[in-house]
Design a protein around this ligand. Structure first.
Ligand SMILES: Cc1cc2nc3c(=O)[nH]c(=O)nc-3n(C[C@H](O)[C@H](O)[C@H](O)COP(=O)(O)OP(=O)(O)OC[C@H]3O[C@@H](n4cnc5c(N)ncnc54)[C@H](O)[C@@H]3O)c2cc1C
Length: 448
Protein backbone atom coordinates (compact mmCIF):
# COMPACT_ATOMS: atom_id res chain seq x y z
CA UNK A 1 0.00 0.00 0.00
CA UNK A 2 1.32 3.41 -1.02
CA UNK A 3 1.09 5.79 1.94
CA UNK A 4 0.86 9.43 0.90
CA UNK A 5 2.21 10.62 4.22
CA UNK A 6 2.23 14.21 3.05
CA UNK A 7 -1.57 14.22 2.78
CA UNK A 8 -3.56 14.06 6.02
CA UNK A 9 -7.34 13.99 6.02
CA UNK A 10 -9.54 14.51 9.06
CA UNK A 11 -12.79 12.57 8.90
CA UNK A 12 -15.18 13.99 11.48
CA UNK A 13 -17.92 11.55 12.55
CA UNK A 14 -17.32 7.81 12.81
CA UNK A 15 -20.87 6.71 12.04
CA UNK A 16 -21.81 4.75 8.95
CA UNK A 17 -20.44 7.03 6.24
CA UNK A 18 -17.41 8.31 8.18
CA UNK A 19 -16.09 4.84 8.94
CA UNK A 20 -16.65 3.66 5.35
CA UNK A 21 -15.05 6.79 3.87
CA UNK A 22 -12.00 6.44 6.15
CA UNK A 23 -11.39 2.98 4.71
CA UNK A 24 -11.69 4.23 1.12
CA UNK A 25 -9.20 7.02 1.89
CA UNK A 26 -6.81 4.69 3.71
CA UNK A 27 -6.88 2.29 0.76
CA UNK A 28 -5.74 5.18 -1.41
CA UNK A 29 -2.81 5.73 0.92
CA UNK A 30 -3.87 8.86 2.77
CA UNK A 31 -3.12 9.39 6.44
CA UNK A 32 -6.60 9.48 8.02
CA UNK A 33 -7.58 10.85 11.41
CA UNK A 34 -11.08 9.65 12.28
CA UNK A 35 -12.84 11.54 15.08
CA UNK A 36 -16.00 10.32 16.78
CA UNK A 37 -17.77 11.94 19.71
CA UNK A 38 -19.07 8.63 21.12
CA UNK A 39 -16.98 6.05 22.96
CA UNK A 40 -15.28 3.25 21.05
CA UNK A 41 -18.02 0.73 20.24
CA UNK A 42 -15.45 -2.09 20.04
CA UNK A 43 -14.80 -1.95 23.77
CA UNK A 44 -18.11 -1.03 25.34
CA UNK A 45 -20.39 -2.50 22.66
CA UNK A 46 -22.86 0.32 23.10
CA UNK A 47 -24.75 0.52 19.86
CA UNK A 48 -25.68 4.12 20.40
CA UNK A 49 -27.92 5.90 17.99
CA UNK A 50 -31.22 5.82 16.25
CA UNK A 51 -33.07 2.94 14.66
CA UNK A 52 -31.86 -0.53 15.52
CA UNK A 53 -32.15 -1.98 12.05
CA UNK A 54 -31.91 -0.50 8.62
CA UNK A 55 -32.85 -1.58 5.13
CA UNK A 56 -29.70 -2.05 3.08
CA UNK A 57 -30.18 -2.21 -0.68
CA UNK A 58 -28.27 -2.17 -3.96
CA UNK A 59 -26.46 1.19 -3.58
CA UNK A 60 -25.30 0.41 -0.05
CA UNK A 61 -24.21 -3.08 -1.03
CA UNK A 62 -22.17 -1.75 -3.93
CA UNK A 63 -20.38 0.61 -1.51
CA UNK A 64 -19.61 -2.24 0.89
CA UNK A 65 -18.47 -4.48 -1.97
CA UNK A 66 -15.68 -2.00 -2.65
CA UNK A 67 -14.13 -2.92 0.72
CA UNK A 68 -15.10 -6.60 0.57
CA UNK A 69 -17.71 -6.38 3.34
CA UNK A 70 -20.94 -6.95 1.40
CA UNK A 71 -21.08 -10.74 1.71
CA UNK A 72 -20.27 -10.76 5.42
CA UNK A 73 -22.98 -8.20 6.14
CA UNK A 74 -25.50 -10.11 4.02
CA UNK A 75 -24.80 -13.32 5.95
CA UNK A 76 -26.50 -11.82 9.00
CA UNK A 77 -29.12 -9.85 7.11
CA UNK A 78 -32.71 -10.85 6.62
CA UNK A 79 -33.97 -10.38 3.06
CA UNK A 80 -37.38 -8.72 2.87
CA UNK A 81 -38.98 -9.53 -0.48
CA UNK A 82 -42.10 -7.43 -0.08
CA UNK A 83 -44.44 -5.41 2.10
CA UNK A 84 -46.93 -7.21 4.30
CA UNK A 85 -49.86 -4.93 5.06
CA UNK A 86 -51.92 -5.51 8.21
CA UNK A 87 -55.48 -4.19 8.23
CA UNK A 88 -57.29 -3.17 11.43
CA UNK A 89 -59.14 -6.46 11.36
CA UNK A 90 -55.91 -8.40 10.97
CA UNK A 91 -56.17 -9.31 7.26
CA UNK A 92 -52.83 -9.58 5.54
CA UNK A 93 -52.01 -8.29 2.08
CA UNK A 94 -48.63 -8.97 0.52
CA UNK A 95 -46.96 -7.00 -2.30
CA UNK A 96 -43.53 -7.92 -3.65
CA UNK A 97 -40.98 -5.10 -3.82
CA UNK A 98 -39.58 -6.13 -7.15
CA UNK A 99 -39.04 -9.10 -9.39
CA UNK A 100 -38.63 -12.55 -7.98
CA UNK A 101 -35.53 -12.74 -5.80
CA UNK A 102 -35.19 -8.96 -5.36
CA UNK A 103 -35.10 -7.97 -1.71
CA UNK A 104 -34.12 -5.20 0.64
CA UNK A 105 -32.07 -6.40 3.60
CA UNK A 106 -32.74 -5.83 7.27
CA UNK A 107 -29.35 -5.27 8.93
CA UNK A 108 -28.34 -4.19 12.40
CA UNK A 109 -27.11 -0.59 12.42
CA UNK A 110 -24.83 -1.27 15.40
CA UNK A 111 -23.29 -4.37 13.90
CA UNK A 112 -22.68 -2.69 10.56
CA UNK A 113 -21.03 0.30 12.22
CA UNK A 114 -18.95 -2.00 14.43
CA UNK A 115 -17.77 -4.04 11.41
CA UNK A 116 -16.72 -0.85 9.62
CA UNK A 117 -14.85 0.45 12.67
CA UNK A 118 -13.14 -2.94 13.13
CA UNK A 119 -12.07 -2.98 9.51
CA UNK A 120 -10.85 0.63 9.72
CA UNK A 121 -8.76 -0.23 12.79
CA UNK A 122 -6.78 -2.74 10.70
CA UNK A 123 -5.31 0.07 8.58
CA UNK A 124 -2.05 1.45 9.99
CA UNK A 125 -2.74 4.80 8.32
CA UNK A 126 -6.05 5.36 10.14
CA UNK A 127 -5.79 6.87 13.64
CA UNK A 128 -9.03 6.73 15.55
CA UNK A 129 -10.00 9.25 18.20
CA UNK A 130 -13.11 8.41 20.22
CA UNK A 131 -14.84 10.64 22.78
CA UNK A 132 -13.71 13.51 20.57
CA UNK A 133 -16.49 16.01 19.93
CA UNK A 134 -15.82 18.53 17.21
CA UNK A 135 -16.66 22.03 18.41
CA UNK A 136 -15.17 24.20 15.69
CA UNK A 137 -13.53 24.14 12.30
CA UNK A 138 -11.03 26.58 10.82
CA UNK A 139 -11.85 26.49 7.13
CA UNK A 140 -8.68 28.21 5.97
CA UNK A 141 -6.32 25.85 7.73
CA UNK A 142 -8.49 22.69 7.60
CA UNK A 143 -8.05 22.55 11.35
CA UNK A 144 -10.70 21.14 13.67
CA UNK A 145 -11.04 21.61 17.40
CA UNK A 146 -12.28 18.85 19.68
CA UNK A 147 -13.41 18.49 23.26
CA UNK A 148 -11.84 15.28 24.53
CA UNK A 149 -13.01 12.84 27.21
CA UNK A 150 -10.87 14.38 29.96
CA UNK A 151 -12.37 17.79 29.26
CA UNK A 152 -9.30 19.07 27.44
CA UNK A 153 -9.55 20.85 24.10
CA UNK A 154 -7.27 20.02 21.20
CA UNK A 155 -6.91 21.27 17.64
CA UNK A 156 -5.80 19.00 14.80
CA UNK A 157 -4.59 20.40 11.50
CA UNK A 158 -4.88 18.47 8.27
CA UNK A 159 -4.74 19.07 4.54
CA UNK A 160 -8.49 18.75 4.33
CA UNK A 161 -11.58 17.73 6.28
CA UNK A 162 -14.45 15.40 5.43
CA UNK A 163 -17.55 16.19 7.51
CA UNK A 164 -19.53 13.02 8.15
CA UNK A 165 -20.97 14.07 11.49
CA UNK A 166 -24.63 13.45 10.73
CA UNK A 167 -27.82 15.48 10.55
CA UNK A 168 -26.71 18.02 13.18
CA UNK A 169 -23.14 18.27 11.91
CA UNK A 170 -20.74 20.66 13.60
CA UNK A 171 -18.77 20.82 10.33
CA UNK A 172 -21.86 22.06 8.47
CA UNK A 173 -22.55 24.45 11.35
CA UNK A 174 -19.29 26.18 10.53
CA UNK A 175 -20.26 26.52 6.85
CA UNK A 176 -23.61 27.99 7.86
CA UNK A 177 -21.91 31.16 8.97
CA UNK A 178 -20.07 31.67 5.69
CA UNK A 179 -21.27 33.95 2.92
CA UNK A 180 -23.76 32.58 0.33
CA UNK A 181 -24.23 29.26 2.08
CA UNK A 182 -27.83 28.09 1.63
CA UNK A 183 -29.38 26.06 4.35
CA UNK A 184 -32.82 24.80 5.33
CA UNK A 185 -34.09 22.31 7.84
CA UNK A 186 -37.65 21.12 7.94
CA UNK A 187 -39.15 18.97 10.64
CA UNK A 188 -41.90 16.57 9.67
CA UNK A 189 -45.09 16.88 11.71
CA UNK A 190 -44.62 13.18 12.39
CA UNK A 191 -42.30 11.70 15.05
CA UNK A 192 -41.33 8.11 15.77
CA UNK A 193 -40.96 5.70 18.63
CA UNK A 194 -39.27 2.32 18.62
CA UNK A 195 -41.10 -0.69 20.03
CA UNK A 196 -40.56 -4.44 19.85
CA UNK A 197 -42.13 -7.75 18.99
CA UNK A 198 -39.98 -10.35 20.75
CA UNK A 199 -39.13 -13.75 19.27
CA UNK A 200 -41.41 -16.69 19.90
CA UNK A 201 -40.32 -20.02 21.32
CA UNK A 202 -36.81 -21.11 20.32
CA UNK A 203 -36.20 -17.85 18.47
CA UNK A 204 -39.08 -18.38 16.07
CA UNK A 205 -40.60 -15.47 14.13
CA UNK A 206 -44.16 -14.64 15.16
CA UNK A 207 -44.92 -13.09 11.75
CA UNK A 208 -43.68 -13.65 8.20
CA UNK A 209 -39.91 -13.36 8.48
CA UNK A 210 -39.02 -12.18 4.96
CA UNK A 211 -41.20 -9.10 4.74
CA UNK A 212 -41.36 -5.53 5.94
CA UNK A 213 -44.59 -5.32 7.89
CA UNK A 214 -46.77 -2.21 7.68
CA UNK A 215 -49.89 -1.25 9.61
CA UNK A 216 -51.06 1.72 7.47
CA UNK A 217 -53.66 3.86 9.22
CA UNK A 218 -53.92 7.03 7.14
CA UNK A 219 -52.31 9.76 9.20
CA UNK A 220 -50.05 7.36 11.10
CA UNK A 221 -48.55 3.88 10.76
CA UNK A 222 -46.45 1.24 12.41
CA UNK A 223 -43.77 -0.77 10.62
CA UNK A 224 -41.73 -3.80 11.72
CA UNK A 225 -38.42 -5.14 10.41
CA UNK A 226 -37.15 -8.63 11.29
CA UNK A 227 -33.95 -9.30 13.25
CA UNK A 228 -31.88 -12.51 13.03
CA UNK A 229 -32.74 -13.43 16.65
CA UNK A 230 -36.42 -13.86 15.70
CA UNK A 231 -37.64 -10.55 17.05
CA UNK A 232 -38.93 -7.54 15.11
CA UNK A 233 -38.05 -3.89 15.64
CA UNK A 234 -41.26 -1.91 15.31
CA UNK A 235 -41.45 1.81 14.69
CA UNK A 236 -44.59 3.81 15.30
CA UNK A 237 -44.71 6.93 13.08
CA UNK A 238 -47.37 9.37 14.17
CA UNK A 239 -48.03 13.14 14.33
CA UNK A 240 -46.85 14.86 17.49
CA UNK A 241 -50.16 16.67 17.85
CA UNK A 242 -53.76 16.25 16.72
CA UNK A 243 -56.38 13.55 16.79
CA UNK A 244 -54.23 10.44 16.55
CA UNK A 245 -50.98 11.70 17.98
CA UNK A 246 -48.28 11.15 20.57
CA UNK A 247 -49.82 14.03 22.43
CA UNK A 248 -52.95 11.96 23.03
CA UNK A 249 -51.06 9.00 24.46
CA UNK A 250 -50.06 10.10 27.93
CA UNK A 251 -51.21 7.25 30.17
CA UNK A 252 -50.85 3.47 30.07
CA UNK A 253 -54.63 3.17 29.59
CA UNK A 254 -54.59 5.52 26.60
CA UNK A 255 -51.73 3.63 24.94
CA UNK A 256 -53.31 0.28 25.63
CA UNK A 257 -56.69 1.34 24.23
CA UNK A 258 -55.09 2.93 21.16
CA UNK A 259 -53.08 -0.18 20.28
CA UNK A 260 -56.05 -2.50 20.89
CA UNK A 261 -58.12 -0.40 18.49
CA UNK A 262 -55.50 0.26 15.82
CA UNK A 263 -53.12 -2.71 15.83
CA UNK A 264 -55.05 -5.57 17.49
CA UNK A 265 -53.10 -8.32 15.70
CA UNK A 266 -49.76 -6.81 16.78
CA UNK A 267 -50.64 -5.98 20.35
CA UNK A 268 -50.94 -9.63 21.30
CA UNK A 269 -47.30 -10.08 20.25
CA UNK A 270 -46.04 -7.06 22.20
CA UNK A 271 -45.90 -8.04 25.89
CA UNK A 272 -43.51 -5.18 26.70
CA UNK A 273 -45.51 -2.57 24.81
CA UNK A 274 -46.43 -0.29 27.69
CA UNK A 275 -42.98 -0.34 29.28
CA UNK A 276 -41.29 0.22 25.90
CA UNK A 277 -43.69 3.01 25.02
CA UNK A 278 -42.85 5.03 28.09
CA UNK A 279 -39.15 4.11 28.27
CA UNK A 280 -38.28 4.86 24.64
CA UNK A 281 -37.97 8.42 23.38
CA UNK A 282 -40.28 10.02 20.84
CA UNK A 283 -37.89 11.29 18.20
CA UNK A 284 -38.33 13.81 15.43
CA UNK A 285 -37.58 13.55 11.71
CA UNK A 286 -35.79 16.26 9.83
CA UNK A 287 -34.97 17.04 6.22
CA UNK A 288 -31.79 19.08 5.82
CA UNK A 289 -30.89 20.74 2.53
CA UNK A 290 -27.83 22.90 2.00
CA UNK A 291 -25.39 24.08 -0.64
CA UNK A 292 -22.52 24.28 -1.37
CA UNK A 293 -21.36 21.09 0.27
CA UNK A 294 -17.71 21.97 -0.09
CA UNK A 295 -15.38 24.81 0.74
CA UNK A 296 -12.62 25.15 -1.86
CA UNK A 297 -10.22 22.21 -1.42
CA UNK A 298 -10.50 22.26 2.38
CA UNK A 299 -13.83 20.80 3.47
CA UNK A 300 -16.51 18.50 2.03
CA UNK A 301 -19.73 17.28 3.62
CA UNK A 302 -20.98 13.74 3.04
CA UNK A 303 -23.93 11.69 4.27
CA UNK A 304 -26.55 13.14 6.58
CA UNK A 305 -24.29 16.13 7.22
CA UNK A 306 -25.00 17.21 3.63
CA UNK A 307 -28.56 15.93 3.22
CA UNK A 308 -30.52 14.38 6.08
CA UNK A 309 -33.66 12.77 4.64
CA UNK A 310 -36.72 11.28 6.33
CA UNK A 311 -36.47 7.47 6.53
CA UNK A 312 -39.49 6.35 4.49
CA UNK A 313 -37.66 5.16 1.41
CA UNK A 314 -35.02 3.34 3.46
CA UNK A 315 -32.34 5.21 1.52
CA UNK A 316 -30.57 7.62 3.93
CA UNK A 317 -27.66 5.30 4.61
CA UNK A 318 -27.68 3.90 1.08
CA UNK A 319 -27.46 7.44 -0.28
CA UNK A 320 -24.72 8.36 2.23
CA UNK A 321 -22.71 5.32 1.19
CA UNK A 322 -23.17 6.33 -2.45
CA UNK A 323 -21.71 9.76 -1.58
CA UNK A 324 -18.56 7.96 -0.40
CA UNK A 325 -18.41 5.94 -3.63
CA UNK A 326 -18.71 9.09 -5.74
CA UNK A 327 -16.05 10.88 -3.67
CA UNK A 328 -13.76 7.88 -4.11
CA UNK A 329 -14.41 7.88 -7.88
CA UNK A 330 -13.66 11.60 -8.09
CA UNK A 331 -10.34 11.07 -6.29
CA UNK A 332 -9.55 8.32 -8.78
CA UNK A 333 -10.43 10.60 -11.71
CA UNK A 334 -8.95 13.93 -10.68
CA UNK A 335 -5.84 12.85 -8.77
CA UNK A 336 -4.42 15.62 -6.60
CA UNK A 337 -6.72 18.38 -7.84
CA UNK A 338 -8.79 18.58 -4.68
CA UNK A 339 -10.75 21.68 -5.62
CA UNK A 340 -11.94 19.81 -8.72
CA UNK A 341 -12.54 16.56 -6.79
CA UNK A 342 -14.78 18.36 -4.29
CA UNK A 343 -16.60 20.38 -6.92
CA UNK A 344 -17.33 17.43 -9.22
CA UNK A 345 -18.49 15.43 -6.20
CA UNK A 346 -21.01 18.05 -5.09
CA UNK A 347 -22.26 18.70 -8.61
CA UNK A 348 -22.99 15.05 -9.14
CA UNK A 349 -24.56 14.39 -5.75
CA UNK A 350 -26.66 17.46 -4.97
CA UNK A 351 -29.47 16.88 -7.55
CA UNK A 352 -29.65 13.26 -6.51
CA UNK A 353 -29.79 14.05 -2.80
CA UNK A 354 -32.60 16.52 -3.50
CA UNK A 355 -34.44 13.81 -5.45
CA UNK A 356 -34.21 11.16 -2.74
CA UNK A 357 -35.25 13.74 -0.20
CA UNK A 358 -38.44 14.38 -2.22
CA UNK A 359 -39.02 10.66 -2.82
CA UNK A 360 -38.66 9.94 0.90
CA UNK A 361 -41.35 12.45 1.87
CA UNK A 362 -43.66 11.13 -0.88
CA UNK A 363 -43.15 7.63 0.41
CA UNK A 364 -44.40 8.55 3.85
CA UNK A 365 -47.82 9.37 2.41
CA UNK A 366 -47.66 6.24 0.27
CA UNK A 367 -46.85 3.94 3.18
CA UNK A 368 -49.11 5.51 5.77
CA UNK A 369 -52.11 6.16 3.63
CA UNK A 370 -52.09 4.97 0.04
CA UNK A 371 -51.12 1.34 0.64
CA UNK A 372 -54.62 0.95 2.05
CA UNK A 373 -56.26 2.68 -0.95
CA UNK A 374 -57.92 0.54 -3.66
CA UNK A 375 -56.95 2.77 -6.62
CA UNK A 376 -53.34 2.86 -5.47
CA UNK A 377 -53.19 -0.91 -5.00
CA UNK A 378 -54.73 -1.41 -8.43
CA UNK A 379 -52.03 0.81 -9.95
CA UNK A 380 -49.33 -1.10 -8.05
CA UNK A 381 -50.72 -4.33 -9.41
CA UNK A 382 -50.58 -3.12 -13.03
CA UNK A 383 -47.13 -1.70 -12.42
CA UNK A 384 -45.92 -5.05 -11.13
CA UNK A 385 -47.38 -6.82 -14.19
CA UNK A 386 -45.62 -4.38 -16.51
CA UNK A 387 -42.26 -4.91 -14.79
CA UNK A 388 -42.70 -8.67 -15.25
CA UNK A 389 -43.97 -8.45 -18.86
CA UNK A 390 -41.53 -5.83 -20.17
CA UNK A 391 -38.47 -5.90 -17.89
CA UNK A 392 -36.28 -4.15 -20.46
CA UNK A 393 -38.70 -1.32 -21.13
CA UNK A 394 -40.61 -0.70 -17.92
CA UNK A 395 -38.92 -0.14 -14.56
CA UNK A 396 -40.86 1.02 -11.53
CA UNK A 397 -39.72 3.98 -9.48
CA UNK A 398 -39.17 1.67 -6.51
CA UNK A 399 -36.99 -0.63 -8.60
CA UNK A 400 -34.93 2.27 -9.96
CA UNK A 401 -34.46 3.73 -6.49
CA UNK A 402 -33.84 0.56 -4.56
CA UNK A 403 -32.55 -2.12 -6.90
CA UNK A 404 -30.50 -0.09 -9.37
CA UNK A 405 -27.62 2.34 -9.47
CA UNK A 406 -29.50 4.79 -11.71
CA UNK A 407 -29.33 8.33 -10.34
CA UNK A 408 -32.09 9.12 -7.82
CA UNK A 409 -33.06 12.09 -9.99
CA UNK A 410 -33.76 9.72 -12.88
CA UNK A 411 -35.88 7.51 -10.58
CA UNK A 412 -37.90 10.53 -9.47
CA UNK A 413 -38.53 11.77 -13.03
CA UNK A 414 -39.25 8.30 -14.38
CA UNK A 415 -41.72 7.65 -11.56
CA UNK A 416 -43.79 10.65 -12.63
CA UNK A 417 -43.86 9.37 -16.22
CA UNK A 418 -44.77 5.86 -15.08
CA UNK A 419 -47.65 7.29 -13.11
CA UNK A 420 -49.05 9.02 -16.20
CA UNK A 421 -48.83 5.73 -18.09
CA UNK A 422 -50.65 3.79 -15.36
CA UNK A 423 -53.38 6.41 -15.06
CA UNK A 424 -53.87 6.24 -18.83
CA UNK A 425 -54.29 2.44 -18.78
CA UNK A 426 -56.84 2.71 -15.98
CA UNK A 427 -58.72 5.59 -17.66
CA UNK A 428 -58.94 3.55 -20.86
CA UNK A 429 -60.02 0.49 -18.85
CA UNK A 430 -57.26 -1.30 -20.73
CA UNK A 431 -55.90 -3.49 -17.93
CA UNK A 432 -56.53 -6.65 -19.93
CA UNK A 433 -54.67 -5.21 -22.93
CA UNK A 434 -51.30 -4.74 -21.23
CA UNK A 435 -50.21 -8.18 -22.35
CA UNK A 436 -50.68 -7.03 -25.94
CA UNK A 437 -47.39 -5.53 -27.17
CA UNK A 438 -49.27 -3.75 -29.97
CA UNK A 439 -51.43 -1.85 -27.47
CA UNK A 440 -48.43 -1.04 -25.29
CA UNK A 441 -46.44 0.15 -28.29
CA UNK A 442 -48.81 3.10 -28.49
CA UNK A 443 -48.10 4.02 -24.86
CA UNK A 444 -44.35 3.63 -24.42
CA UNK A 445 -43.74 7.19 -25.61
CA UNK A 446 -45.24 8.28 -22.27
CA UNK A 447 -42.20 6.97 -20.41
CA UNK A 448 -39.53 8.05 -22.88
C1 LIG B 1 -35.78 5.99 12.22
C2 LIG B 1 -34.78 5.93 11.12
C3 LIG B 1 -34.77 4.84 10.27
C4 LIG B 1 -33.86 4.77 9.22
N1 LIG B 1 -33.89 3.71 8.38
C5 LIG B 1 -33.05 3.65 7.32
C6 LIG B 1 -33.07 2.54 6.43
O1 LIG B 1 -33.84 1.60 6.59
N2 LIG B 1 -32.18 2.53 5.38
C7 LIG B 1 -31.32 3.56 5.15
O2 LIG B 1 -30.55 3.52 4.16
N3 LIG B 1 -31.26 4.63 6.00
C8 LIG B 1 -32.09 4.70 7.07
N4 LIG B 1 -32.04 5.75 7.93
C9 LIG B 1 -31.08 6.86 7.65
C10 LIG B 1 -29.68 6.55 8.19
O3 LIG B 1 -29.75 6.28 9.55
C11 LIG B 1 -28.76 7.73 7.94
O4 LIG B 1 -28.91 8.24 6.65
C12 LIG B 1 -27.30 7.34 8.14
O5 LIG B 1 -27.09 6.95 9.47
C13 LIG B 1 -26.37 8.47 7.75
O6 LIG B 1 -25.06 8.12 8.07
P1 LIG B 1 -24.02 9.23 8.50
O7 LIG B 1 -22.75 8.52 8.74
O8 LIG B 1 -24.04 10.34 7.51
O9 LIG B 1 -24.60 9.83 9.85
P2 LIG B 1 -24.71 9.10 11.26
O10 LIG B 1 -24.95 7.66 11.08
O11 LIG B 1 -25.69 9.90 12.05
O12 LIG B 1 -23.26 9.26 11.88
C14 LIG B 1 -22.76 10.51 12.31
C15 LIG B 1 -21.69 10.25 13.34
O13 LIG B 1 -21.06 11.48 13.69
C16 LIG B 1 -20.92 11.53 15.10
N5 LIG B 1 -20.90 12.96 15.47
C17 LIG B 1 -21.96 13.80 15.48
N6 LIG B 1 -21.57 15.03 15.85
C18 LIG B 1 -20.22 14.96 16.09
C19 LIG B 1 -19.25 15.89 16.51
N7 LIG B 1 -19.57 17.18 16.76
N8 LIG B 1 -17.97 15.48 16.65
C20 LIG B 1 -17.62 14.19 16.38
N9 LIG B 1 -18.52 13.25 16.01
C21 LIG B 1 -19.81 13.63 15.83
C22 LIG B 1 -22.11 10.76 15.64
O14 LIG B 1 -21.90 10.31 16.96
C23 LIG B 1 -22.23 9.64 14.63
O15 LIG B 1 -21.46 8.53 14.97
C24 LIG B 1 -32.92 5.83 9.01
C25 LIG B 1 -32.91 6.92 9.89
C26 LIG B 1 -33.83 6.98 10.92
C27 LIG B 1 -33.82 8.17 11.82
Amino acid sequence: MFVRMSETISVIGGGLSGSLLSIYLAKRGFQVNLFERRPDMRTNRIYAGKSINLALSTRGLRALERIGLDKEILEDAIPMYGRMMHSRTGELNYHPYGKEGQAINSVSRGRLNLKLIELASAYPNISMHFNARCTDVDLNKAAATFELEDGSVKTFEANRIMGTDGAFAATRGRLQITDRFNYSQQYLHVGYKELAIPAGENGSFLMEKNALHIWPRGSFMMIALPNPAGDFTCTLFMPFEGENSFDKLKTREEVSRFFEEQFPDAVSMMPGLLDDFFANPTSSLVTVRCYPWVREDKLALLGDAAHAVVPFYGQGMNCSFEDCVVMDDCIEKYGDDWARIFDEYQKERKPNADAISELAIQNYYEMADKVGDAHFLHKKHIEHELTELYPDIFKSQYELTTFSLSPYKYALDQGKKNDALLERIIAEKAESKITDPAYMAGLWHLIQ
